[in-house]
Design a protein around this ligand. Structure first.
Ligand code: SF4
Length: 350
């Protein structure tokens, strides 16, 4: 790649070249989106965000589903919501800027109450987390008083506060199996509950799983037909899916696991092609971190994650507006923290 001679003591040029090295493998279109010209365009903003970060003793947590220029341009940590919340706790920063969706920032606030937790866009909700309120959970508990209430980590703080234990897509089977209750009230993901019900039946474990009706707008859309078409067109393709997909899709996948488990699977296997049935941000991350692998499309964008941008991150860091700052009533926070602590007790290694 030839570049015009530039003074390397120009901080913007140095930043542009750093960005290019991080982003050059992200193939967003036939014409690669990231080249030295596009990196030069965003370099002043990433430089300023990184300066503000130092000035404010802030840490920027970036979910794997957000745009790569955010992850590699200004992120301190990248991963799924559970991993990021753990990192937030360890970082002991004064400010945590969570680039993902609002329920994830709430989880960071539950675990790090002393920090100011901010989000770039308060509208970055989640079809799953926002499908049920704390009041809805109280109503369900009244209907099933003998049930253990298990909430998926993709839930709001008020839903966590009403639940007995939180789970991730990595530890859901172990925790549900380990609970003494025979009846489980699982919120908010109906499709994950279906997958758990099926897995328990496969293992010969008798439990009744009652679920609420939430779904992820990204993962519910994948179909068995899509898998059949990919297998016909790309012999040897490995199909990698998330447990938020339907049980029919889960059944046909070569691997089913959490965001971080999917990444580990791709990095540790050798296949000619991969069909990733998840959010496209994960594919962009893998394209950067494992450029030898071939991904054949099929992923879908999360409209909520895509509300984040470098400009909004800059604005939230330099002058956060009240609606960008996460606040949680202390009693509610403590009850939600108890639900997460119970998860650590039952599945210490996640
Ligand atoms: S991908 Fe699905 S579960 Fe994740 S934030 Fe988007 S809507 Fe919510």
């Amino acid at each position: 790649m030839s570049m015009p001679a530039q003074k390397l003591d120009d901080p913007i040029e140095v930043e542009a070249r750093r960005l290019l090295l991080s982003l050059m493998y992200v193939d967003c279109s036939a014409d690669r989106k990231w080249n030295i010209a596009t990196c030069r365009e965003i370099a002043p903003l990433t430089l300023e965000i990184n300066r503000l970060k130092r000035e404010k003793n802030a840490v920027i947590l970036t979910h794997s589903y957000v745009e790569p220029e955010i992850i590699y341009g200004v992120g301190d940590f990248k991963g799924d919501s559970y991993y990021l919340s753990e990192k937030a706790k360890e970082a002991k920063a004064d400010v945590i800027l969570f680039v993902g969706v609002v329920f994830m920032a709430e989880t960071a606030k539950i675990l790090s109450p002393g920090a100011q937790v901010v989000v770039p866009d308060r509208g970055s909700g989640c079809s799953l987390a926002d499908s049920i309120t704390g009041e809805d959970v109280r109503r369900l508990k009244a209907l099933y008083p003998d049930a253990a209430v298990v909430c998926y980590i993709n839930s709001t703080a008020e839903v966590k506060a009403e639940s007995d234990v939180c789970v991730t897509s990595s530890n859901v089977y172990d925790i549900v199996i380990g609970l003494p209750e025979k009846r489980i009230l699982f919120v908010p993901d109906r499709l994950m509950a279906d997958n758990v019900r099926k897995e328990l039946a496969n293992r010969g474990i008798e439990k009744e799983i009652i679920s609420s009706d939430g779904t992820c707008v990204v993962h519910e859309e994948f179909t068995p037909a899509q898998i059949d078409e990919a297998r016909a067109a790309f012999p040897g393709v490995k199909v990698v899916a998330h447990p938020e997909c339907t049980p029919e899709v889960a059944e046909l996948a070569d691997f089913l696991g959490s965001t971080s488990a999917m990444m580990k699977y791709v990095k540790s296997t050798d296949a000619p092609y991969y069909l990733m049935l998840t959010e496209c941000g994960l594919v962009s991350r893998l394209e950067v971190e494992d450029p030898e692998k071939n991904f054949i499309g099929g992923c879908r964008l999360c409209p909520f994650m895509k509300l984040n941008s470098l400009q909004k991150i800059h604005d939230a860091l330099s002058d956060p507006q009240p609606d960008q700052i996460i606040t949680i009533d202390e009693d509610l926070r403590q009850r939600a923290a108890h639900c997460i602590d119970r998860m650590f007790e039952l599945a210490p290694s996640n």
